[in-house]
Design a protein around this ligand. Structure first.
Ligand SMILES: [Zn+2]
Length: 335
């Protein structure tokens, strides 16, 4: 089991042993940041549980009907519950639907597995409704709740599930995952991939189209440099850059790079020493950028970027966030 997945040895061992001994629990909680691989592990775990091959220690066998259906992601006894992607919460109606489905016995294997994606979105009411299923499920039911913030789950749910925490990946694992998925690396891109990924493989994989990211990166710096010539042009340029299709689809990346350039400019304004810079490739431009305002101005800009990033992650009008951020940057430069 789990041959295709990197790392997380403790989790692999725990789940493989549960499958091969036939002693799987009824409810699991997979915790860790988005992109760490919780869903891939949950699906593979489900394959092992559902396999009807002769030898349990070889599950998933890959040849039985359950395994073949799982490979095509069409096993009717494995369901991934996401709710409505556009809604901020998973409400009680989602749990009601789940309960209805649970009432019917499995059709392919001996079990039914429900993977609840984004468990942190479950409302308290929904969690209370879910408790009944967690406490007294039909024998064939297994729940896996995937969650990035277990603090949002009520105590009664947390105390009744088997919790597994996913660890961040090492530098080598991140790079190996990146290469396995067909990405090419160079000395320069390795540094960048590792620091952007921050131990999360899913984040590294976002960067596979490095050409696109390289371009966006330079555009961010050039847009910041517009502050030297015209604040009006900066306001327009910044808003356009941050809200265009590629950027809006890659907010994490855009803010990561913006923060990194602003931090470098702040550092240079304070110390006047290029040795401290992160973006050594852009040293000249960063020195130029640092002159736009003093160290206090740069510190204000850094604060504004951080709070805009927090807002961008919430359900706030994204265009408004970028316009307000551009205005806050201009204000900090003027003072
Ligand atoms: Zn099988």
């Amino acid at each position: 089991m789990f041959e295709g997945l990197l790392g997380q040895e403790f989790i692999k061992r725990t789940l493989s042993e549960a499958v091969s001994s036939g002693k799987t629990g009824h409810a699991y909680l997979f915790c860790g940041p988005d992109g760490i691989g919780r869903k891939s592990f949950a699906k593979e775990f489900a394959r092992g549980v559902m396999c009807t091959g002769a030898a349990a220690e070889n599950a998933p066998c890959g040849v039985c009907r359950a395994c073949r259906l799982a490979a095509a992601e069409t096993n009717p006894d494995v369901q991934i519950i996401r709710g409505d992607e556009n809604r901020a919460t998973l409400g009680v109606e989602v749990v009601r639907q789940l309960e209805e489905d649970i009432a019917t016995a499995p059709t392919v294997s001996a079990r039914k597995v429900y993977i609840i994606d984004r468990g942190e979105k479950l409302t308290v009411q929904a969690q209370n409704a879910l408790l009944k299923t967690i406490e007294e499920p039909p024998e064939y039911v297994m729940l896996v709740i995937v969650c990035s913030n277990p603090a949002l789950l009520i105590d009664t749910v947390r105390s009744r599930v088997t919790r597994l925490d996913f660890a961040r990946y090492s530098r080598e694992e991140v790079l190996e995952a990146y290469r396995r998925s067909g990405g090419e690396t160079s000395e320069e891109s390795e540094e960048f991939i590792v620091s952007y990924a921050d131990g999360i493989i899913g984040r590294a994989l976002q960067l596979k189209d490095f050409g696109l990211y390289g371009t966006l990166r330079e555009r961010i710096l050039d847009t910041l440099l517009m502050l030297k010539k015209s604040q009006g042009r900066f306001l327009t340029g910044f808003t356009e850059l941050f809200t265009d299709k590629d950027s809006a689809a890659n907010k994490d990346y855009m803010f990561f790079e913006l923060t990194s350039f602003v931090r470098d400019a702040a550092l240079f304004a304070r110390l006047g020493d290029p040795a401290a810079l992160q973006n050594t490739h852009f040293q000249n431009k960063i020195e130029e950028l640092a002159e736009v305002t003093g160290r206090h101005g740069w510190e204000k800009i850094l604060d504004a970027v951080n709070s805009a990033y927090r807002l961008a992650g919430q359900n706030v009008n994204y265009r408004m966030v970028t316009v307000n951020l551009a205005a806050a940057i201009i204000e900090a430069v003027r003072n």
